[in-house]
Design a binder for this molecule. Sequence first.
Ligand SMILES: [Fe+2]
Ligand SMILES: [Fe+2]
Length: 354
Amino acid sequence: MGVYELTGILLYVLLCVLTVLLLWRIRKQKVNKPRLNKAPARFLETPTEDEIASLKDAYKLDWRPERKVNSYLPDTVPELVGVSEGVSPLVTELIYKLNAPEVSAKDIGQLIASDQGLTSFVLQRANSPFYGLVQKVDNIFNAVVLLGSAEVSRIVIEESMNKSGIRPSRSEWFHAYITSIIAAYISNSIGMASNAGTLVTMAMMHDIGRNTLHKNISQQEKENIPEDPRARIRQEIDLFGIDHARLGAMLARKWNIPENVCKCIEVHHWPMFWPLRDTAKDVPDITRELAILSVSDVTARHYTGAIEGPYIGEDYYLFIRKPPDPSRILVPELRRRLDRIRNMYAQRSIEDNQ
Ligand SMILES: [Fe+2]
Ligand SMILES: [Fe+2]
């Protein structure tokens, strides 16, 4: 056998070995190919045809308010803002502390302890049956530790706003309270726990301007307030030339509340009128807070049965990694918590009427 034949045979054998190795590798890759999860995470479920249709319709609107926040203000506005008294500097400081992620329970306790009236109010509330504490709490530091800074702050904000002359009704506070619970739940569930204090403040104060407007409308207009939140905004602008969101921000600025909170109050209904890409351009620093607040606001109204439908686009829900459906955000654990709060407010309303 010559050298050429031997080389040819060796090359042929080498080619056969390489082909076998290649075929074996391809087969192995097929076997190891990752399988798709049969049960994807809940918020990744494919929306139904109806859901897609209704979300596409979210911004097909006949009417929108003016988005320029520096636009014309009617003459009546300074008077509307002027009727509220200032809130105590302690509350402003508390809101500033809540806005800082590193705030401790001790800081919050120390601040409240400097006001005797407020301290006894918080302790009285902490010892109410709602919290079901086994032992009576007799100092503010324990109250903050047992109830948590967010809960104590809700109590303080409600009490101080009532004293400012704004005096929202029980049902308005109930809405603010459950919106703040939902906002805190969402921020914790998506790893934004450090923003929970800011969101609690934004949610507790977001509709603070509504009561001031409603005090100035006739009984007949009160009876005709629409349930649809967009129609309500339109009615407020028709009647007063300003809506409750913008007026609420003016009140908050008068009270020296941090600007990010004021801004979020001012634009909290924008997601009902404009998609995320538009609002994000105008308020880039608070886009995530705005998305959480507006989704929580709509979810709170769904919980009470006041509205149905998405009202805000799918983009906001997906931005905060939540399903674009409030009934799916209201998981059983959250619903149970809201049910307890509903019972507490119902009980307080009975006590008010006695
Ligand atoms: Fe609102
Ligand atoms: Fe609201």
